[in-house]
Design a protein around this ligand. Sequence first.
Ligand code: GLC
Ligand code: GLC
Length: 803
Amino acid sequence: MKYGYFDDNAKEYVITQPDTPLPWINYLGNDGFFSLISNTCGGYSFYKDAKLRRITRYRYNNVPTDDGGRCFYVCDGNTVWSPAFLPARTPLDEYRCRHGLGYSVFEGKKNGVRAELTAAVPMDTPMEVQRLRIKNESGEEKRLTVYAALEWCLWNAVDDSTNFQRNWNIGEVELEGSTVYHKTEYRERRNHYAFYSVNAPVAGFDTDRDSFLGKFRGWREPIAVERRTSFGSVASGWAPIAALRLELTLAPGEEISRLFRLGYAELPREEKFTAPGVVNKAPAHRLLAAFETEEQFENALAELRTYWEGLLSRFSVKSSEEKLDRMVNIWNQYQCMVTFNMSRSASYYESGTGRGMGFRDSCQDLLGFVHLIPARARERILDIASIQFADGSTYHQYQPLTKRGNADVGSGFNDDPLWLVACTCAYLRETGDFSILDEPTPFNNEAGTEVPLLEHLRRSVNYTVTHRGPHGLPLIGRADWNDCLNLNCFSLTPGESFQTCSNFESGKAESVFIAGMFVRYGTEYAELCERIGLAEEADAVRAAVKEMERAVLTHGWDGEWFRRAYDAFKRPVGSSLNEEGKIFIEPQGFCVMAGIGGEEYGRKALESTERLLGNAFGVELLWPCYTEYHDYLGEISSYPPGYKENGSVFCHNNPWITLAWSKLKDGNAAFDLYTRNAPAYIEDKSEIHRTEPYCYSQTIAGRAAQNYGEAKNAWLTGTAAWSFVAVSQGILGIRPDYDGLIVDPCLPDKLDGCEITRFFRGTRYEITVRRGAEKGMTVDGRTTAGKTIPLTDSPVCRVTVTI
Ligand code: GLC
Ligand code: GLC
């Protein structure tokens, strides 16, 4: 079953009923100011950091769900309705939500009145603009009372939802014309405020939530709305809000448009006040003046469109598979931008208060983003490298506002350092910008410790070399990519973190997965060394890679597949010798991608993977699922069978298998797996899948779970980047490389060919892939040997590849 449809021309997903299985959201904003917005207009906004600069309040796990985001009410006679259905919940005569690239539109109609609400964060503007158009499509005059309301968050989202003994005293607002200023804590150490304003005189306002809502009432039925009035309440402590009221009279056929603006402003400390206690409103005035008129807003929407057209034109495909094209050309790349921006911080499942930017997560997100805006990728690589320690280990997370490592979680995730090599090499191949390797980059953000970025990569590689266990395989530390395989944790205390507790440091538990990573990224590092004239170092690293390969072949191969790890007692994990968890997906993906054991082992491993882990939605993480808790395995065995790391389809690692199949040149197997969980391909199973059909989710419950096929944790997952890598570099076979663009498609039989446009190092490559008897490539008409299109100065390059 579907709850909407893709409109590929408009690059929108159109939701046709408000009661989607879960809120289906969109992201507004690309840089500083971000908003999450659901298909019923719920959600929240923040500036840069969802924990430390939360602008509007949101209650996770609230009942009713997703209540109280952007609250619009249209009062028409005895009826009160909301254009996006919530919060009023009055059944609408028409409802539609169009989620587009950086904007969302809500269309509601009731009793002859049509409302169209468009929300967007204009480029380079710390402000969400909401345009409300109201049209009287009835035959008689309409007198409407319209409210727009939202609830402020007292900035620090954790404190806001916990420290009530303090924060019910601190709320403060200021009013000026049609603008409510939220200035809690501005009197003391905060140099920022927020505001909500409409571009027309208001008939009334409220800023105290409990006055506006009234006793025992929620956002569905505020007393002020019921009475068609405002109380002019001025918040003092408790819960400050901004509720603006307009009185509109519309002749038959008449349409009125208003702009509501939710903005954020920062000031230098000396300029905070214009009079004692009075907020300096100059920056707000400037922002409001920039979005005072319909035309200004239309321009901003046009600018957003142009921006996205430009970004998406950097990679596109035209094939006979409509669903493939819409994933590649629109939604997968869009999600890559969102994961690049958010890492794992703020979604409807990530509360924005816990983990900030993850080290490994951000490195991997970059793989799907680097072709879009290389300059931002460059900056991110340097930020990430700056939280590394001098011994090559790294903080696991950092806070986007401060860019400081998160000491609560600390380090000890032994895969982390190698991801820095992965993303830096991806950046270099995309851009050819070797100057990044010379950038002075500190350790642990400490001034004076700067060394060239290259030195960080070197230490990353050395960290693996120097941290190996009894079988010569890399020590796993607290966990590797699989955060829940905690082989050194041994926790028996409820609530204790499986990742950070240190009850037991075996110094023995090893990861075959990290070994696979090392073979792959160690090789990439060696190749890089060679290119920059470090031949000796290249040789030494290659030797270490060889040794690691041997260790995997000797101790990491189980006969039919790659083992996963060795536990603290040197016993295998992910082996036929185990009763449960006999096979894990991760080492199959990485070891085959790394080419360990060649085609023979590769094929065996992938066939076992499909046979034992394959289901209708992809490949499960492990089999058989753990049915009991094992302290020597950690969090993975804490989940009921079929959920999360205990045997769901953990989508992030499925593209590794797709890439592994592509490496073995099995286009059918690669594509088949790709389509089993690519959102557009499972749109018609939305009632089972439940999360958005236009973005990937982290997990889909496995066969062992009661709710087999149900997805959770939409949006912020490494699945986005890796799926884009799998489809663009594996299946379509377009791989940026140091000396040119590799074209090496691995298409399924059902595709006769395709046309691909790829922007690379200043040239637009127009590539036609087709099937034919005479294999080969022509570049601008000339036959070219091999699979690499050499770099060129010309702005356009036409390539034909016959497969
Ligand atoms: C809070 C604190 C208490 C303190 C009082 C006055 O109630 O919990 O310890 O004495 O404030 O500052
Ligand atoms: C989550 C984490 C990621 C980890 C994955 C598997 O997605 O953000 O870092 O690799 O889970 O445990």
